[in-house]
Structure formats: structure tokens, C-alpha cells
Design a protein around this ligand. Sequence first.
Ligand code: NAD
Length: 396
Amino acid sequence: MKKYLVTGGAGFIGANFVKYLLDTHGDEISIHVLDALTYAGNLMTIADELKRDNVEFTRGDILDAETVGRIFDEFDPDYVVNFAAESHVDRSIEHPRLFLETNILGTQNMLDQARRSWLMPGTKDTYRPGKRFLQISTDEVYGSLPREFDTPQPLAVSAEVAKVASGRTDLHTFGKEMFTEDTPLAPRSPYSAAKTGADLITLAYHETYGLPVNITRCSNNYGPYHFPEKLIPLIINNILTGRRLPVYGRGENVRDWLYVTDHAKAIDMVLRHGRVGEVYNVGGFNEAANIDIVRTIIDTISRLMHDNPGYMPLLKRPLDEVTYDLIDFVTDRPGHDMRYAIDPSKIATELGWYPETPFKEGIEKTVRWYLDNQPWMESVTSGEYQNYYRQMYSDR
Ligand SMILES: NC(=O)c1ccc[n+]([C@@H]2O[C@H](COP(=O)([O-])OP(=O)(O)OC[C@H]3O[C@@H](n4cnc5c(N)ncnc54)[C@H](O)[C@@H]3O)[C@@H](O)[C@H]2O)c1
């Protein structure tokens, strides 16, 4: 029975990962979730999972050596998946120090505890078998790519990748370059600089102490349980609650959208089959400009409301006002990266993973999920959750 310690498991991707693990492995695994429950974490997201005998929860900070040490001693995880992080670029511009503390020093504390707990007695760099530490990173550590095409062009992939990803026929791109694992690290925001620091200390623990680590660098995730400060849930929430739709600059920035369950599958494959010490890029093969994402959401909500009048009470404005006229172009974020695009060839060819969900299908599932789960949205946007964030600053 494999034991997973999942930090940040009450947040967006961590919670979806916990659900994926239980759907895939059932009672053959056990899970310990460690989460500080900042504004971004919500126990309602994993309420059903916490009722199971094979899932435990601790509310705590990844920076707290005593709490993390106790979990290692008592639970003795085989796998650590470190999702816990401050994750919002805009907040990092306001509060860079909190990002460095959580994302770098928190990761270093997790690594330290893993090293202490997993080391074979009497050795300096030999660890008990079957252990793995996976640091969840981001494509933002690679900086920004140019956008070279006004409209997306067909994307040619190698014959080897095409064979693995034969289920996807919709591949396209906005530029000639993509991020590979060898792309130099060039972060441009306090958030991505802090994530880069975490990557480097993770690799240093592998080189210096032989700790069995991996890093995955993923593109923008989307799907259920996403906190409504990020583009897709923000736009859905603003449409439903009768607000306008802010878009940075002219909405030209391109992101590569990865359906969160595809990401969860990739993480589990890397834990079980990845080569020790390796970095794997995990992308969605779904490049899209922000303005097109917003328009797609407007179109999708409008269509779903027309087709299912039962959803209409959720909409706090007349349906005929749900148009592109709701979009407001607002002053751009300082240092806003223009384009991210991940080349997932390494994980495709080494581990046989590819992003199965085309954007058209994933965004429809996502919008429907938000329409069907408004109590969750109301709960995470309540004042109670905002207070956790303020508390986090005052505690440190
Ligand atoms: N969402 C994306 O599109 C995306 C893309 C690339 C990489 N990532 C990375 O994936 C990871 C998860 O992202 P997410 O979108 O789920 O983030 P999120 O903000 O939704 O969740 C983060 C979780 O970590 C918890 N947390 C924060 N600080 C903590 C601390 N000090 N100790 C313990 N728990 C703490 C929060 O309470 C929350 O539950 C992050 O490391 C992020 O950098 C996310």
C-alpha cells in the first residue's frame, strides 16, 4: 500500500489530485493532506474524501518543522507531493516576501524532513527504497516566449509524440518556440522567481544529499474547484454575479491550458515511473489567447443557459446582456509574460503520458461544474476565507 503526503491538498490542483488518486487506486493507497488553509484552501473541497478511512488531514504550515516532522514520523509517506504554495502572480507583486517564505523556505523544510526521515541509518545519502519527493513547479520558471502568429497555426510534433498523442487532432500554436526541460530558467515575477528557487533547492538536495526527487513543470491548469481569482473561474463568477469582465492589456497573452485531471494523472505517473532526479514538463497542447478564453466562456454560459433554463436563476443579469460587451480591457500587469507553451515530448515518450482533454471538451465540463456547484463558490468567496490570508501574514 503506497502512502502519499499531499501538501496543499485543499487547494485547486492538490484537491483534484487527491480525488484522482482515490478514483484510480481506491483503498489500495492512503493519503495524508497537509494544508495551512490560507484563503486558497477550503476543506469543503475535500469533505467527501476526508470521510474515508484512508485519508487524514492536518492543518499546518509547510514551514513548520515540528508539524511536518511529526507527520513524517507517524505517517511515514512513500511519496511526497508538494503542491503547497502561494500561487497568484498578482498577489506576489504586492507581497513578494510571503511568496519567498512559503515557496522556497517551505519547500526546503519539506525536503529536510524527507531527508531526515527517509535516510537509511548509518548512511549519508542512501534512502529507504520506494521513496520519492515530487516538487510541483510551473512553466513560468522559463520566463516568457514571443507570440509570433496572429492566429494559431497547426503544430507539428515528432512522429514518436504523435503516436502517443494520437487521440488529439486539434494541435496548434502561436509561435515557433516552446519550453523544453532544457530551456534556461528566466523567471520574471516574484511568484515565478520563488518557484524557481524551490526548483533549484529541490535539485540541490538531489545532487548534494542524493534525495530521490522529481520536478514537474506544468502549464496553466483549469477545471473544478479553482479559486475565483484566476482567469477562468473569475470570468465565470463575474458573469453569473452580474459584474463586468476585466482583461489585462488587449487580452493578447497566450497560455497553454491543461485540464486538471490530465495533470493529476501525469503526477502519479512521474511518482511511479519517472527517472530519479529528472524534470518533466507537463503541458496541455491547448494554446489560447486570454481574450479568446473569455469569449469562449461567454459563449458557453450563454448556450448552456439557453439549453437548460433550470440554470437561469443563477444568472444575476438578463441573459441577452451576456455578450462580449461585458469585457473591460484594464491596465496590464507589470512584467506580464506574453506567451507560455510547453513541449511535453519527454513525458510523452518516456512515460507514455499526453494531455487527453481538448480545450473544447474541458471548458464545457468546467463551466457546467461551476453552474452545478454554486454553494462551493459562495463558500470560498466568503469573508471567513479571506481572513485566513490576513492571519497568515500576522503569524509570520
Ligand atoms: N494553478 C495553476 O494553473 C498552476 C500552474 C502551474 C503550477 N502550479 C503550481 O501548482 C501548485 C498548486 O497550485 P494551485 O493552483 O492548486 O494553488 P492554490 O492556491 O489553489 O492552492 C494552494 C494550496 O496550498 C495551501 N498553502 C499555501 N501556503 C501553505 C503553507 N505555507 N503550508 C501549507 N499549505 C499551504 C493553500 O491553503 C492551498 O490549499 C502550486 O505549487 C503552484 O505553484 C499551479
